[in-house]
Write a protein that binds this ligand. Structure first.
Ligand code: CDP
Ligand code: CDP
Length: 228
């Protein structure tokens, strides 16, 4: 079986992209790269340093300057990786509600996307990578040999986020999560630059009622069938 060198996974919030991506990368001994972290880090930087995300020119300038690093975890607090912004640990800051509320606006700025896409391509083109996001199969790495569009119903996805927050001991309101997630998905899929959508040659998987391991098995089966 020939394993595709670049695997792109796109899909809406909490569809399971990072969970499935990490498991798949581990099975294949590939690098896992979550592009959402970069947009979240720029959003956090803008909120901290500019106190708002409305000024496209200034936010773009920030995106072009900041150094975002993702490294193996140094703390056992549930994190999958350490996320550093100019050397500072922002792993949990980028998961805060104010980042959720502003990240779509930041991600819609053309200059921000150009800066992020350039870095993502550099990593992707080295190969042996599972890259996850919104526009990997359509814009960042359209040459990917395997493209997955991972989806699940909005209710299922909101339930997953709700459970995650509860397990971390944080306050969670299901209806609010559902509402915020629907808004973010709508914004992401209707923006002008690199909107969230399935590439024409993507394989669609709906993960309602399927565990992350189950989705990985399905992807490995697709690889077996397509690349035998
Ligand atoms: O984890 P979740 O699916 O909730 O979000 P994420 O993957 O961390 O992405 C956060 C936000 O970054 C998305 O809502 C998009 O606005 C943006 N994003 C993007 O525009 N393009 C990507 N390739 C990845 C994320
Ligand atoms: O990266 P993305 O935002 O697409 O989703 P995620 O963070 O990988 O997954 C969101 C939550 O759903 C995690 O807590 C996963 O364990 C869970 N999940 C699930 O219950 N069933 C799946 N098939 C995939 C993920």
């Amino acid at each position: 079986m020939i394993i595709p060198s670049i695997i792109a996974i796109d899909g809406p919030a909490a569809s399971g992209k990072s969970t499935v991506g990490v498991l798949l990368a581990n099975r294949l001994n590939y690098l896992f790269f979550d592009t959402g972290i970069m947009y979240r880090a720029v959003t956090w930087a803008a909120l901290q340093r500019l106190h708002a995300v409305d000024d496209e020119v200034r936010v773009t300038g920030l995106a072009e300057q900041v150094q975002i690093d993702v490294q193996p975890p140094t703390r056992a607090d549930g994190r999958q990786a350490d996320v550093l912004l100019d050397g500072l640990d922002i792993t949990w800051n980028i998961r805060r509600p104010e980042v959720d509320a502003n990240v779509s606006q930041v991600s819609a700025y053309r200059g921000v996307r150009t800066a992020m896409t350039k870095q993502q391509r550099r990593v992707g083109q080295r190969g042996q990578v599972v890259m996850v996001g919104r526009d990997i199969g359509t814009v960042v790495l359209p040459e990917a040999e395997l493209k997955i569009y991972l989806d699940a119903s909005a209710e299922e996805r909101a339930r997953r986020r709700f459970e995650e927050l509860r397990q971390r001991g944080e306050a969670a309101d299901y209806e609010k999560i559902l509402d915020a997630m629907k808004k973010r998905d709508k914004f992401d899929s209707t923006r002008e630059v690199a909107p969230l959508r399935a590439a024409e040659d993507a394989v669609r998987i709906c993960s309602d009622g399927i565990s992350a391991e189950g989705v990985v098995d399905r992807i490995l089966e697709i690889i077996r069938i397509q690349h035998e």
